[in-house]
Design a binder for this molecule. Structure first.
Ligand SMILES: NC(=O)c1ccc[n+]([C@@H]2O[C@H](COP(=O)([O-])OP(=O)(O)OC[C@H]3O[C@@H](n4cnc5c(N)ncnc54)[C@H](O)[C@@H]3O)[C@@H](O)[C@H]2O)c1
Length: 453
């Protein structure tokens, strides 16, 4: 018997993934690994060529294996031709919508452009899933375009992570379904059908039961932004109490533990080293503020606006600690910055706390060398005034101060003893609170961390 349209003979779904960045490529590879028949579509020809050859074009640990398995098993292919999406039953829209390049309009525009290409290839009954982060209140208009083709639009934003994409996709913690609703807020029959279809499409193991939040478009849109913004609030709270710890002689690491053992608060994202913030959580704070202003309730977001200010002040405070250690001025001093990526495990330097501190020191006249296991190419591209060093040893050679600025595990595990002889002065600022102070002090270093004794 012939398979119904959109289903392969084994009963797995045919899926199109539009936009094959970290989110889309990961979804495509994992869905193929789960047995679905997947086509990945991207406007970037070089990205398509790389993925089709089994090369992951960005640093994403764990993605190469499912990608290779999907390609060799014939269940996964990549193309720049959106017409290849025709015949798929589910279409995941994962295009880039970051505000980092073009402001809030880019968030909506990216998805609109993707839909403009996709809609002519939709069939009645198809489900289009918006996984990109979009401004609050825009999904209804996107849904209307999709509905004109007889398809259903579901908002299922990729909820924030700041770590590897594969484990996150396999265990996102919860699934949010933003479904079409009627005038009374009740999910429409089309929405229920779409949800039932998508329940069989999660890349995580079916046995793994995740909490599902079934809601409307606006709530799902807000869930994406509010997740990131909440984490930024948590981190900025620690930055604020770090100042109190500095002033009172208290210890912020012990304080974070004392707070974190309270299950109402939770320990995650209270690490003092996160307090310099940056990356997607910061973007989400700004997007939420913009959304509130657009909805005429901007006054209620004073807390969120302050998050940004706390983050900036915390970074300046780190620079001040280096300056004080250099006798009140860094001009002419050599400062080594270990880490440039926005977070460990990434080659992304967007709004990187490490680069922000490095750039401030350089602007104050320091000679700043930077090293990073993954992000040196990005450093060369965005911060050419900094001096990139391939190794930690080359980076710290002759340094008057060393700043550990991205908490890569290999930096946390550094043996300080061989480094002592390389630097001009063994002084280290542990901006990430990951070094063992006793170990570094025993090796002759002056160890400093904001809010720590
Ligand atoms: N990466 C994360 O950690 C993360 C976390 C939460 C949410 N998100 C959201 O998920 C979405 C995707 O993020 P990402 O990190 O994968 O982005 P990305 O920038 O890495 O990749 C986006 C891809 O979309 C492609 N693209 C752009 N317009 C297209 C079009 N019209 N048709 C086909 N392809 C197109 C680009 O060429 C690029 O390859 C964004 O909305 C982002 O805000 C990402």
């Amino acid at each position: 018997m012939a398979a119904p349209p959109g289903r392969s003979p084994e009963g797995a779904l045919r899926v199109a993934v539009i936009g094959c960045g970290r989110v889309g490529a990961t979804q495509a590879a994992l869905l193929a690994a789960a047995g679905h028949d997947v086509v990945g579509v991207d406007v970037d020809e070089s990205r398509v060529a790389a993925l089709a050859a089994g090369d992951v074009p960005f640093h994403e640990p764990g993605l190469a294996a499912p990608l290779a398995a999907g390609l060799s098993g014939g269940r996964l292919r990549f193309t720049s031709d959106v017409a290849a999406a025709a015949g798929a039953r589910v279409h995941l829209v994962c295009v880039g919508t970051s505000t980092r390049h073009a402001g809030a309009g880019a968030r909506r525009g990216g998805v609109e452009a993707a839909l403009a290409g996709l809609v002519p290839h939709l069939q009645p009954g198809d489900v289009v899933v918006g996984r990109s982060t979009v401004p609050v209140g825009t999904s209804r208009a996107l849904a209307a375009r999709v509905e004109r083709a007889g398809a259903t639009f579901v908002v299922q934003p990729d909820l924030l992570r700041t770590g590897p994409a594969v484990p996150h996709a396999l265990d996102p913690g919860r699934v949010v379904y933003g479904l079409p609703t009627d005038a009374d807020g009740v999910v429409t029959p089309e929405g229920e059908k779409a949800r039932a279809l998508l329940a069989g499409l999660e890349p995580h193991a079916p046995a793994h039961e995740l909490p599902a939040v079934v809601t409307d478009y606006a709530t799902a849109e807000l869930a994406a932004l509010a997740t990131g913004a909440f984490l930024a609030v948590k981190a900025s709270f620690v930055a604020a109490v770090t100042v109190l710890c500095e002033a009172s002689g208290a210890d912020v690491a012990a304080l974070a533990d004392a707070l974190g053992h309270d299950t109402r608060i939770g320990r995650r994202w209270l690490d003092p080293g996160r307090a310099s913030g940056g990356g997607r959580p910061t973007e989400d704070v700004r997007a939420l503020v913009a959304a509130a202003e657009g909805l005429g309730v901007g006054r209620e977001t004073a807390l969120l606006r302050e998050v940004d200010a706390v983050t900036v002040r915390h970074r300046v405070a780190l620079v001040d600690l280096v300056r004080d250690a250099c006798g009140g001025a860094v001009a002419g001093r050599r400062v080594a910055v270990l880490g440039a990526a926005s977070w460990a495990g990434s080659d992304d330097v967007h709004d990187s706390p490490a680069l922000s501190v490095a750039a401030q020191l350089q602007l104050q006249g320091a000679h700043v060398t930077v090293t990073d296991p993954r992000a040196l190419d990005a450093v060369r591209a965005v911060a050419p005034a900094l001096d990139p060093a391939a190794t930690v040893a080359a980076c710290v050679a002759g340094a008057d101060a060393v700043v550990l600025a991205t908490p890569w595990p290999e930096y946390a595990a550094l043996d300080p003893r061989p480094l002592t002889a390389l630097v001009a002065r063994p002084w280290v600022l542990d901006a990430c609170h990951v070094l063992d102070p006793a170990r570094w002090r025993a090796a002759g270093w002056t160890y400093r961390a904001a809010g720590r004794r």
